[in-house]
Design a binder for this molecule. Structure first.
Ligand code: FES
Length: 123
């Protein structure tokens, strides 16, 4: 954790783990600026504290790619448009999806998985 004394901060509790793991929450103190998104905070963590944090995003804030979804304070949100507040924010992977690692889940549509499974079996 790092933050300059006196500045506003947000505490991010971020779920960490892999497939079929119980996982844990790591807490990060992130410098807060008005207008920040939850994705901005996650990217700050990766850049300044823990580069191993697995997150997924593409368009950053255009709300176009839909790849940044996660559960933020018990609500499914696009992390790029979810506003950060200078409080404690809990972020965890999407429910009902296989976790690949940390906040990254398998978002392959079920019908594509079935096609892939059938192709592997020669059907
Ligand atoms: S990063 Fe593209 S919609 Fe959030």
């Amino acid at each position: 954790m790092s933050a300059i004394s006196g500045e506003k901060t947000a505490l991010l509790r971020v779920w960490r783990g892999g497939p079929d793991q119980e996982g844990r929450y790591d807490t990060f103190k992130v410098p807060y600026e008005d207008g920040m998104s939850v994705l901005d905070a996650l990217r700050w963590i990766r850049r300044h504290v823990d580069s191993s944090l697995a997150i997924r995003y593409s368009c950053i804030n255009a709300n176009a790619c839909k790849t940044c979804m996660a559960v933020v304070n018990d609500r499914v949100e696009y992390t790029c448009t979810a506003r950060l507040e200078p409080t404690t924010v809990t972020v965890k992977p999407l429910p009902k999806r296989s976790v690949i690692r940390d906040l990254v889940t398998d978002t392959t549509p079920a019908e594509e998985k079935l096609e892939s499974f059938n192709q592997e079996r020669g059907q």
